[in-house]
Design a protein around this ligand. Structure first.
Ligand code: FAD
Length: 403
C-alpha cells in the first residue's frame, strides 16, 4: 500500500496498467519529454485519444466535456505513473496546460470549440510562452499583438516550443499594452498554428533529436474571439494554468526507479578493475547513494501528494521536488556513463555503444530537466524567499524603464 492510497485507487491503478499494456504505442526510445518522430505521430494521437476516451485524461474537466470531477484527486498521478512505468509515450503536446487555461478562463464558446478536439487529439497544442530574451523572466516577453477591428495582429518570436512541429494549436502569450507595467500588459490567445505568418523552425539539439522549435510570428491575424480570459490579463491566465499541472512529477519518480534498475544491470555487466562492477566497493557505494536518493525523491512526492490531499501544501513543495528530481536524474545518467569508462564516449549511433547509446542520450538530455519548468537557480531563490521566508532579492536594474 502506498502513502495515501486506498483499495479503490489501487483497483484504478490495475485498470490503468492493463489498459496501458493493451493499447500503448510501444516503448519510448529516449528518456525525458521528447517530441515524437513524425512517423510516430498518428499512433501517438490515437493513443492520446484513447486515454481521454477511457476517462484516464481530462479527469478534472467539467462533466459536460467528459471529465469526472468526483474522481479521487490522485487518479491523474496514477495514470502518469503507469504510463511512465511502461516506458511508453505520455500524451502528446501541452493540452493539459491549454485546457486548464480554457476551463478556468475561456468562454463557453471556446470550451465547446476546443475541448472536444483535445479529447479526440485532432488538435495537438504547444506552449508559446518563452522567447529569446524572456525565459526565467517571462514577463519580459516582447511579442506584440495589436488590435485591428475584430482581430489581433501578432509579430514576434518564440523559442523552446516543444512539439511545435506537430502542433495544430498554440497557447500564446503576447504583449497587448506596451505602456503597462510588464506583468499587466500581456494577453493569452489560442492560435491556429496553420495561420499565414506562422513559421515553425525545428531546432536540432545536442541529443541529435528535434524536440524544440523556434516559432516566428509575422503579421499573424488572430480573431479577437480567441483571446483566453480578458485582454491584458494573460499573466494571471498563464500563472494559474502553470500552477495546475502537477501529475508529471509522479511520473518522474517512477522513471527514476526504472533508471536505477537499469544502472544495477549495467553495473552487473560492466567490469570495473577486472571484476563485475557490482563487486567493486566504490561502485556499490555510489549506486547505494543514488538508490537512497531515488527513495527520498519518491518520499518527497508522496509527502507533497499527501499535503495536497489535506490542503496543507507548503510553498516550497513543488520547487524542492523539481530541483531534487532533476539533479538526481542527471547524476544517475552521469554515473551510468562513467561506469562505461571510455565506452561512455561512444555516440548514440555507434553500434558498439552500450544499450544503443541510451545513457549518452539520457546524460545529454538530463540538463533539460534542470531548466524546464523554471531553471534550478531561479527555483532555489524562490525556495529561500517563499519556503524559508528569507528577504527578497534586491531588484536588479531593468533595461526596460517601465518594468
Ligand atoms: C525541456 C524543455 C522544454 C521546454 N518547453 C517549452 C515550451 O514548450 N514552451 C515554452 O514556452 N518554453 C519552453 N521551455 C522554456 C523554459 O521555460 C525556459 O528554458 C526557462 O524558463 C528558462 O529560460 P531561458 O532558457 O531563457 O534561460 P534564462 O532565463 O536566460 O537563464 C539562463 C541562466 O541564467 C540563470 N538565471 C536567470 N535568471 C536568474 C536569476 N534571477 N537568478 C539566478 N539565476 C538566474 C538561469 O538559472 C540559467 O542558468 C522549455 C525548456 C526546456 C528545457
Amino acid at each position: 500500500m502506498r502513502l495515501e492510497s486506498t483499495p479503490e485507487l489501487e483497483a484504478f491503478r490495475r485498470k490503468v496498467r492493463s489498459f496501458v499494456a493493451e493499447h500503448a504505442p510501444g516503448v519510448k526510445a529516449h528518456s525525458g519529454v521528447r517530441a515524437p518522430d513524425p512517423g510516430l505521430m498518428p499512433a501517438i494521437r490515437e493513443w492520446t485519444a484513447k486515454l481521454y476516451e477511457a476517462g484516464f485524461l481530462g479527469i478534472g474537466w467539467p462533466a459536460e466535456y467528459g471529465g469526472r470531477p468526483d474522481a479521487h484527486p490522485l487518479e491523474p498521478f496514477v495514470v502518469a505513473e503507469e504510463i511512465a512505468r511502461a516506458r511508453t509515450w505520455p500524451p502528446v503536446g501541452a493540452a493539459s496546460l491549454a485546457s486548464a487555461a480554457l476551463i478556468d478562463f475561456g468562454s463557453t464558446e471556446q470550451q465547446a470549440r476546443f475541448l472536444p478536439r483535445i479529447r479526440t487529439c485532432e488538435d495537438v497544442w504547444c506552449q508559446l510562452f518563452s522567447e529569446p530574451e524572456a525565459g526565467s523572466d517571462l514577463a519580459a516577453l516582447r511579442t506584440r499583438a495589436r488590435r485591428e477591428g475584430e482581430e489581433f495582429v501578432v509579430d514576434g518570436q518564440k523559442v523552446w516550443t516543444t512539439n511545435g512541429q506537430h502542433a495544430d494549436m498554440g497557447y500564446l502569450l503576447a504583449r497587448t499594452d506596451g505602456d503597462a507595467p510588464k506583468h499587466k500588459g500581456i494577453t493569452a490567445f489560442a492560435l491556429d498554428m496553420r495561420c499565414p505568418g506562422v513559421d515553425i523552425r525545428p531546432l536540432r539539439e545536442i541529443t541529435g533529436t528535434t524536440d524544440f522549435n523556434e516559432v516566428f510570428l509575422d503579421g499573424v491575424r488572430i480573431p479577437a474571439a480567441n483571446v483566453i480570459g480578458r485582454v491584458n490579463d494573460g499573466w494571471q491566465v498563464a500563472m494559474s494554468s502553470l500552477g495546475r499541472e502537477r501529475s508529471g512529477v509522479a511520473a518522474r519518480g517512477v522513471e527514476l526507479f526504472a533508471v536505477l534498475d537499469d544502472l544495477l544491470g549495467l553495473a552487473e555487466e560492466t567490469p570495473v578493475g577486472g571484476r563485475p562492477g557490482l563487486d567493486d566497493s566504490a561502485t556499490r557505494q555510489a549506486i547505494g547513494e543514488l538508490a537512497a536518493r531515488v527513495h527520498v525523491n519518491a518520499a518527497m512526492i508522496g509527502l507533497a501528494q499527501s499535503r495536497m490531499l489535506h490542503g496543507t501544501e507548503q510553498p516550497a513543495d513543488a520547487l524542492l521536488g523539481k530541483i531534487f528530481f532533476s539533479e538526481l536524474n542527471h547524476d544517475l545518467a552521469d554515473f551510468g556513463l562513467r561506469l562505461q569508462g571510455t565506452d561512455g564516449l561512444l555516440v548514440e549511433d555507434d553500434p558498439e555503444a552500450v544499450a544503443g547509446g541510451w545513457w549518452q542520450d539520457a546524460h545529454l538530455y538530463s540538463r533539460a530537466y534542470t531548466i524546464a519548468g523554471g531553471a534550478n537557480e531561479v527555483l532555489r531563490t524562490q525556495v529561500a524567499e517563499r519556503g524559508l521566508g528569507m528577504p527578497r532579492e534586491p531588484r536588479r536594474p531593468s533595461p526596460d524603464p517601465k518594468a
